[in-house]
Design a protein around this ligand. Structure first.
Ligand code: BGC
Length: 748
């Protein structure tokens, strides 16, 4: 029997048993939203009080039922109760007799996942890295609020979005799901996304805690890193994100960190997260990230997903035998209940409704317009003036029908299926690239109705160059697809796209390249083209947003949240460390999940670049880059003057930014600090920024408050942040390598 049929039969059996069990359950257990009059339903009590009151009424089995999911095919056994799942990645049964609803979890990195297979619709926002490129805290809130609304409309009350792993390894296949290489930018942005989500009464989640920075061998790898480096970089992003949002859940990661798996790592989960950061929410494992009952429980794991290998019967037995104390079990339960009350999922259960498709388009387009980064604009090639352009060559893979999107558990299903397939045919499949139906060709034709707009797929560089030669302007859409479950071999564009661009550029001096990438890419052709736009994975309305930038309806304002190096050789680790065979599972092995749960043998990665993540590496190593962190051009220019720095609990900076051109725009003004000599720090770090809207010719005084923690180092001996007394220099400007203002102060 082939595997598919077999799994179909298994499913039918499971379904049959489930229906039987459901029929036998008391009716009260089946009504998830049943209202009870218990005192914990009094919403004027605090979430902690309410959680304690309701927990007192629970049996041991009810408590344990909150500590695990109900299974997922191929990753664990599936509980018969899983039939009540809303179709998302996780389902926790709840305690209906006490009015505690189930938790319905969905992946939601740049939109709600699995809408296709559930017959629903979700907006695809620009990817998370794109969101970070807006450096716009209001846009981040909108990003989260949209996801929160669409989760609720689809019947979910918990999000699994919120990826904030720092880009130590930019070839990581999930770079697009994260927020770049700087902890302050990433932390603040993810915090706002989560605030927006949780305001819609869904439980938010920040992941993957911690240092899950590559996909290769993620279930086995042991990351070696010193405490100071992780506290000041990778963990700081989580710390800021949690502090600024009170996100209720943290997903611990697959990998090991300094010897212990993320989900049984006492240092990460208890010492840092729960004690030092005073995190009040709950820790859930990544899907199959749990490897033990007693050890993980003691380390601080509260909840296992997707099934109950360890946090079901095994944990119950450990409690009954005294191996795990009742108090420890209660703490896990309390954290989950408290989070449910705090986020409003008990008082405001989701109401299924039709997603606001049109509203979603508007938000997705607006965010993409703020996220596109103009990297090159020779001789003011852009914006194009519609009245002056008679012909345009549109070139590049599938740019007649769509734009590429990020894969894996982040994947949002496109309406109508994969745009490169016949309508209705291209459903999303693991590790298969999905093109969203937002067509650059159509959008360009609509924006320039009188121009002769011709298309070439770019598969044959000579034919593309021949078309380019005949046109006033050539626009090449180039892509780099990435996904969970893989890493990029290199930062080069795949499928000979470098050749294509070089050929087109040689044929037409007015060549503009639009990049659809989830990571930085190398550009051996950069000097040959006249314009480069980084559009990331542009979401549901990517093409429309790009075209508004190309034709000047939008003045670009995005800035890079990640450095674009010149070559892979300049990265801290020129080659990705791949797992040995012993640290992997066999393809197609039905028992792979058991092997993973038992713990694959470790292999080692050592992040010996330490504090030098992203721009801090290139700065310290004096390596020239292609485009620096924080960089992005505009159709106008900005000047900076009058920096004043006033020391205090927060250091207060003020300076003036002037729009010196003749077009309105928004400038992201960046503030970096150089720590006192002897601090042992990389040359500078981002400590704040402000996005300033300026009309042509307008000046504004900008104020930036710098949190003392952003100026501190993590003192490992004292296990605390420390502001070193001494001279601090503040640098202000429009990118990490263009900082015209400078002032120094002494801090005590
Ligand atoms: C991913 C998580 C995701 C989970 C559930 C895992 O493979 O690492 O980010 O939330 O699956 O789909």
């Amino acid at each position: 029997m082939n595997l598919l049929k077999q799994s179909f039969r298994t499913n039918l059996m499971v379904l049959g048993i489930a229906v039987l069990i459901l029929a036998l359950l008391p009716a009260s257990a089946q009504v998830s939203s049943k209202k009870t009059a218990g005192p914990w339903m009094n919403s004027s009590l605090s979430p902690d009080e309410r959680a304690a009151l309701v927990m007192k009424e629970m049996t041991l089995d009810e408590k344990v039922s909150l500590l695990h999911g109900t299974g997922m095919e191929g990753l664990s056994l599936i509980s018969p109760l899983a039939v009540r799942s809303n179709g998302g990645a996780g389902y926790v049964v709840g305690v209906p007799r006490l009015g505690i609803p189930p938790i319905q979890m969905s992946d939601a990195a740049y939109g709600v996942r699995q809408s296709g297979q559930n017959g629903r619709y979700s907006t695809a926002l620009p990817d998370d890295l794109a969101g970070a490129a807006s450096w716009d805290l209001d846009a981040a809130y909108e990003y989260g609020a949209l996801i929160g609304r669409e989760l609720r409309a689809q019947g979910y009350n918990m999000s699994l979005g919120g990826g904030v792993n720092l880009a130590r390894e930019p070839r990581n296949g999930r770079t697009f799901e994260y927020m770049g290489e700087d902890p302050v930018l990433a932390g603040k942005m993810v915090g706002r996304v989560m605030t927006g989500e949780q305001a819609q009464h869904v439980i938010g989640d920040i992941k993957h805690y911690a240092l899950n920075d590559q996909e290769s061998g993620r279930n086995a790898v042991n990351v070696n890193i010193d405490k100071r480096s992780m506290r000041e970089s990778d963990l700081l992003a989580f710390e800021i994100g949690l502090r600024e949002s009170n996100t209720a859940a943290v997903m611990c990661s697959y990998n090991r960190v300094n010897g212990d798996f993320g989900c049984e790592n006492k240092y990460l989960l208890t010492d840092v997260l729960k004690k030092d950061w005073n995190f009040k929410g709950f820790v859930l494992s990544d899907w199959q990230g749990a490897h033990s009952a007693a050890k993980a429980s003691a380390a601080g794991l509260d909840h296992e997903e997707p099934g109950e290998i360890f946090f079901g019967d095994a944990l119950k037995k450990a409690v009954e035998s005294g191996k795990v104390s009742g108090a420890e079990l209660d703490e896990h339960v309390l954290r989950i209940l408290r989070s449910m009350f705090a986020c409003g999922v008990v008082d405001h259960p989701p109401e299924k409704s039709v997603v606001d498709v049109v509203g979603g388009f508007e938000v997705a387009q607006k965010i993409e317009e703020q996220s596109i980064v103009l990297l090159r604009n020779e001789r003011s090639q852009l914006p194009l003036e519609v009245s002056k352009i008679a012909s345009i060559a549109v070139i590049g893979t599938h740019s007649d029908v769509g734009m590429i999107s990020g894969g894996g558990s982040a994947q949002v299903d496109p309406p109508g299926g994969n745009a490169i397939m016949p309508p209705g045919k291209g459903k999303t499949a693991w590790l298969e690239p999905i093109w969203f139906p937002t067509s650059p060709l159509k959008a360009i034709r609509a924006a320039a109705p009188r121009a002769n707009v011709q298309y070439d797929p770019g598969t044959d560089p000579a034919s593309a160059a021949a078309l380019a030669k005949t046109a006033d302007v050539a626009i090449v859409f180039a892509y780099q697809w990435e996904s969970e479950g893989m890493d990029l071999d290199s930062l080069s564009l795949p499928e000979h796209q470098d050749d294509l661009i070089l050929n087109v550029a040689a044929a037409n001096p007015h060549t503009i390249v639009v990049l659809e990438t989830g990571s930085p890419v190398t550009m051996p052709w950069a000097e040959q083209v006249s314009g480069i736009l980084e559009a990331w994975y542009g979401g549901s309305r990517g093409a429309e947003a790009i075209v508004r930038v190309i034709f000047g309806d939008v003045n670009p304002s995005g800035k890079l949240p990640i450095t674009f190096p010149k070559s892979d050789a300049d990265l801290p680790h020129p080659n990705i460390v791949k797992p040995p065979v012993a640290s992997t599972t066999r393809d197609g092995d039905p028992d792979a999940w058991k092997t993973i749960a038992a713990g694959l043998p470790a292999f080692q990665i050592t992040y010996d670049e330490g504090l030098k993540v992203g721009y801090k590496w290139y700065d310290a190593e004096h390596k020239q880059v292609l485009f620096p962190f924080g960089y992005g051009l505009s159709y106008t220019t900005y000047t900076y003057s009058d920096l004043k720095v006033t020391p205090g609990r927060n250091v207060h900076l003020s300076f003036t930014v002037k729009n010196a051109g003749n077009r309105a725009g928004s400038e992201i003004a960046e503030v970096y600090a150089v720590l006192p000599e002897g601090a042992g720090e990389p040359p500078k770090r981002l400590v704040g920024w402000s996005k300033v809207k300026l009309d042509a010719g307008e000046s504004k005084e900008v104020a930036v408050e710098v949190d003392p923690e952003y100026l501190s180092i993590f003192n490992v001996e004292r296990d605390a942040w420390q502001l070193l007394p001494g001279g601090y220099t503040f640098l202000v400007g429009g990118s990490s390598q263009s900082l015209p203002l400078q002032a120094s102060v002494n801090l005590k």
